[in-house]
Design a binder for this molecule. Sequence first.
Ligand code: SF4
Length: 361
Amino acid sequence: MSLKYIDEYRDSDLAKMLVKKIQSVNCKDLRLMEVCGTHTMSIFKHGIRTILPKEITLLSGPGCPVCVTAQKDVDAFVEFARQNNVILTTFGDLIKVPGSGSSLAKEKAEGADVRIVYSVFDAVDIAKQNPDKEVVFCAVGFETTIPTLAATILSAREDGVKNFTIYSANKLTPPALAALMETKGVQIDGFILPGHVSVITGTNAYRGTFEKYNIPSVITGFEPIDILKAILILVQQNATGLPALVNAYPRAVSENGNLKAKTIMNQVFKLCDASWRGIGQIPTSGMELKKEFAAFDAAKKFNMDMPEVSEPAGCACGEILMGLKTPKACKLYKKKCTPMTPVGPCMVSSEGSCAAFYRYS
Ligand code: SF4
């Protein structure tokens, strides 16, 4: 099945045929995890949950960058916003995420200079336009955005920008999958792996996890046909008992990924341990600035070392991100927690599972 145009990836006849094929596979109860928040939104938007056999449960995973940001990192962003002389720059989704005592939206309302940017390059421009201010960028993202961040820092260094720093809460996908597989109570029968992250990492980045846990894994794109194809492959692999790591997104993903992007990323950043909401500390799952780029490290420049703090009482974001619960199992869902009054990040982010449930179900 070789498709060329975007319409073909939304073709309803093809979708019906794939659903029929999925239904025809004799499968036991299956729990499949879409790792990525963009997949979660696409699955809801196209009603994919509603057309699958009842034996198949789709779980949302730890692939929404705002959702997995640890509470202590949200607190750090708030602390930066409170500093005199700081302009805090951030992507929009982060602004409403509640920290332990405040949020960026609250700080902004109380007079802090918090600005929403659409690219990290905009943050550097703000720094150039405000040489008497310190501009801090909240770096929250995965392999998809880290190379751009690295390129921006290289360019800021070349331009001699001295008042721009980032607070890195960046994360890597494959270590999180391994951490999930090691978590007690987690039951996942297959991973729908993120298309855009894989464009950078390549298929090989998942090989270690796949070989260790022997779990059906399919990289796929974000159109309904992509997602249905991935589900069909996972269902078939489970039925035959023959797990495989499959790249079902070859129009964008290669074995080794984007070597240029990875080179830039590794020029500026190095691996570090990182805290994930709900999951906790995962070894070598983060990226911090290398020593030679310390001048761009907000945590070092401001000597900011935030303590680990507990997550909001009653919020089940952590369990949702590990596939242990769905949003409807959270006692606060649609009661105390709504998109207007979010308690946790999964209700704030446009890729968050709770926001998706609220909007579509
Ligand atoms: S509904 Fe709200 S409180 Fe519950 S898990 Fe989601 S974000 Fe957290």
